[in-house]
Design a protein around this ligand. Structure first.
Ligand code: PEP
Length: 253
């Protein structure tokens, strides 16, 4: 049985006061949610330590996440942050391959695979984001695009690495747009992803969590979570409001 995971991606939002309020709200709401539902939050690099301290003091089951990482351990990479640095701060989940990084920062499949490996080498869990653009969906090549993004990591790192990984299916046309994939549309792609993994390793496919991301909110979370292959969500905008995020997490109970 796969337990649900709900992860908030705060993107480039928040100052110290907002972060304090947000974390406190999530800490207050956590006891209302079943322990079997895993929760993670991903602030900016700059706020990780602040959030980690609050979480440590609260001693609740909330996982510390990061939105990005660089693939090298150390060196002359101005502006970058390495996986050992994140691990030292108590980070256990790292988003990799988010469409905003693929598009705005030209991250290639090859770089994403390197980052994925660096995350695991430091005992953290990658959340690998994959998803098609609206144009690709309209061209009927969603399956091809999503599986190619997945394959780029499998080719480089093997299927076994998915024993310790999460996949987030995030149709680009649904991110931050208010347009959610219907539960059927999302389930269809999640099923394709799981079947593709099952062709290579049935145990990996049965155990891996596949999250849906794209304008998830309290009003649509439950019907998405009710789908057989949807194991939770990566939540952007709606995770910036504690009550709304907690309400989404409750839908995963
Ligand atoms: C995301 O950034 O991963 C995301 C799903 O954003 P939103 O929920 O705002 O669409």
């Amino acid at each position: 049985m796969r337990h649900k995971l709900v992860v908030g991606n705060w993107k480039m939002h928040g100052d110290r006061d907002l972060i304090n309020r947000l974390v406190e709200g999530i800490i207050d709401g956590r006891p209302q949610i079943s322990e079997t539902v895993e929760i993670g939050i991903c602030p900016t690099y700059l706020h990780i330590e602040q959030v980690a301290k609050l979480l440590l003091a609260a001693n609740l089951k909330i996982r510390m996440g990061a939105q990005n990482v660089y693939c090298e351990e150390k060196g002359a990479y101005t502006g970058e942050v390495s996986a050992p640095m994140l691990a030292q701060l108590g980070v256990s989940l790292v988003i990799v391959g988010h469409s905003e990084r693929r598009e705005l920062f030209a991250e290639s499949d090859a770089l994403i695979a390197e980052k994925f490996k660096a995350i695991q080498a430091n005992n953290m869990t990658p959340i690998l984001c994959i998803g098609e653009s609206l144009e690709q969906r309209e061209q009927g090549i969603t399956e091809e695009i999503v599986l190619a993004q997945l394959d780029a990591v499998i080719r480089e790192a093997g299927i076994d690495v998915f024993n310790n990984a999460v996949i987030a299916y995030e149709p680009i046309w649904a991110i931050g747009t208010g347009k959610t994939a219907t539960p059927d549309q999302a389930q269809e792609v999640h099923r394709i992803i799981r079947e593709y993994l099952a062709d290579q390793d049935t145990e990996v496919a049965a155990a891996i969590k596949i999250l849906y991301g794209g304008s998830v909110k309290s009003g649509n979370a439950r019907e998405l979570f009710d789908q057989a292959d949807i194991d939770g969500s990566l939540v952007g905008g709606a995770s910036l409001e504690a009550a709304e995020f907690i309400s989404i997490c409750k839908s995963a109970d």
